[in-house]
Design a protein. Structure first.
Length: 156
């Protein structure tokens, strides 16, 4: 059985998804800050072992640190985050060492909304981090001057 993890920043978004899953008779588990630590542990254990549970709903902040969700092979990001590392950390919980399945990630971005700007900002942040973390590599490239001008424009 394919297991799915749905990440959202908003518990209200997860509430709506939970309602839809229940209406479709899809059993799911929940992991977010409104749930006690012991119940979160139970939710993770149930997700891993209960053959009736195929979906885990998680707030992206709760999923960002120290969890192993390698039982899942499908991950969904319901909305882009200003900080791209928040998404990357959440997805890393599915892509951890020990993952034996190919993982499919789906990111939802509403066309014609500010979410498109968030995705563009994420890419600029990634580009800037890449430049800052490996300056020697970029200094040697033939396009380094153009890249430096581009990154200066990001800082304006």
């Amino acid at each position: 059985m394919t297991l799915h993890v749905v990440f959202s920043f908003w518990t209200s978004t997860l509430d709506l998804i939970a309602k839809g899953l229940s209406q479709a008779s899809i059993t799911h588990a929940r992991y977010d800050g409104t749930i006690s630590s012991s119940n979160r542990s139970l939710a993770l254990e149930s997700f891993r072992k209960d053959k009736n549970i195929s979906v885990m709903l998680m707030t992206i902040k709760c999923a960002a640190v120290g969890l192993d969700i390698t039982a899942a092979s499908r991950a969904y990001i319901m909305e882009p985050q200003w900080n791209p590392t928040v998404e990357e950390q959440a997805l890393a919980r599915v892509h951890r060492m020990g993952q034996t399945k190919e993982v499919t990630t789906v990111r939802f971005v509403m066309e014609g909304t500010f979410e498109e700007n968030v995705v563009e900002t994420q890419q600029r942040k990634r580009d800037l981090a890449e430049l800052l973390l490996s300056p020697y590599q970029h200094a040697k490239s033939e396009h380094s001057l153009d890249r430096l001008r581009y990154f200066r424009s990001l800082l304006k």
